[in-house]
Design a protein around this ligand. Structure first.
Ligand code: TRP
Length: 348
């Protein structure tokens, strides 16, 4: 039996952060270790260039940072094919074929793109490559016949767009492309981790991130500055655990084992929350606990990162090998696509 294919990627526009970790990276490692899937993970440098064309150096630098982040969280190139989008020109030809199947109106309606255009203040001056990146993303997914795409919930409209392209293509040219499904995290907070300022999403552009590569001191000071309940002024005051970033992070990261290890007066998060709601529990105590929880996760990641930082050549080789291997898969898909459209004039 052939294994199901899982594919997902990240734009290299900076280092990866805790939002990526709970939303996606952690789950990728789990899927990889299950042995049940063919897993592809890639660095979407072409997509990153669609709104960074004038700053390619940023993408080049981030590419290696993201690769280091992958390896240090435990994505293992022996089990997962790690590749770089730009090294597979066949993806770009797939994009060209799909472009004929998508209207301008449809692209402009895509909620993710709409938000991103607004955030960037593009208006009508949006680069064509940016507006059309959902089509290129559909090529990424279908090029590998991906069945499952693990993503955060902001990516759902892009998966929807991809499905539409698959259906349209298959209805015109015959059953060639595989229709993917999004794979969301089971833990809801993990699909959209807020920033340390409590804003909707941890994001580099909002400057509210804890990076996987942050050192211990930086993590501690970021947690200490975190947004909590503004009405919880004195320790005795009853506090609110909803919209309280420290508790949202504990929802995402803490386990009963963390309580046994660092805060044995409480059995689990529910007990801690009850105490906070009653009053008599100070923010600093909860924050100190969160720092311990995060350090438990981040320390081993930092250690691994150190090794790869000292062996950068090895990392580039790994990306090159992964890209060569991945390219063969997309070559095959493209060939089928060209056949289906009827472009292989000289093969028969
Ligand atoms: N759009 C994704 C992001 O911003 C990156 C991406 C590009 C991707 N191509 C993809 C994700 C294909 C999943 C599948 O993070």
């Amino acid at each position: 039996m052939t294994k199901k294919v899982i594919l997902t990627g990240d734009r290299p526009t900076g280092k990866l952060h805790l939002g990526h970790y709970v939303g996606s990276l952690k789950n990728r490692v789990k899927l990889q270790e299950s042995g049940e899937y063919d897993v592809y993970v890639f660095i979407a440098d072409l997509q990153a260039l669609t709104d960074n064309a004038r700053d390619p150096e940023k993408i080049r630098k981030s590419l290696i940072e993201v690769a280091l982040d992958y390896l240090s969280v435990g994505i293992d190139p022996k089990k997962t094919t790690i590749f770089v989008q730009s090294q597979i020109p066949e993806l770009t030809e797939l994009t060209i074929h799909y472009m004929n199947l998508v209207t301008l109106a449809r692209l402009k309606r895509n909620p993710t793109i709409k938000t991103e255009i607004k955030e960037r203040g593009f208006g009508e001056a949006v680069p064509v490559g940016f507006l059309t990146y959902p089509i290129s993303q559909a090529a990424d997914i279908t090029g590998f016949n991906a069945n499952l795409v693990p993503v955060g919930d902001d990516q759902l409209p892009l998966i929807e767009q991809c499905k539409e392209i698959v259906r349209t293509f298959n209805s015109i040219y015959g059953d060639v492309l595989v229709e993917p499904e999004a794979m969301l995290s089971e833990n809801k907070v993990c699909n959209r981790l807020p920033g340390i300022d409590g804003k909707a999403k941890m994001s580099k552009s909002l400057g509210n991130c804890i990076y996987l590569s942050d050192d211990k001191k930086t993590v501690a000071s970021k947690v200490m500055s975190m947004y909590t309940d503004p009405n919880h002024i004195k320790v005795e005051d009853p506090g609110n655990v909803n919209d309280n970033t420290v508790f949202t992070y504990l929802d995402a990261f803490s386990t009963p084992e963390h309580f046994a290890k660092y805060l044995p007066e409480y059995k689990n998060l529910d007990e801690l929350k009850e105490h906070y709601k009653r009053g008599g529990l100070g923010d600093v105590k909860v924050k100190r606990f969160l720092i311990n929880v995060l350090e438990d996760i981040l320390e081993p990641i930092r250690e691994k990162r150190k090794y790869y930082e000292n062996n950068i050549e090895e990392v580039y080789n790994m990306l090159n090998e992964g890209s060569k291997k991945a390219r063969l898969v997309v070559k095959d898909t493209l060939n089928k696509v060209r056949d289906a459209i009827g472009l292989n004039y000289f093969n028969k």
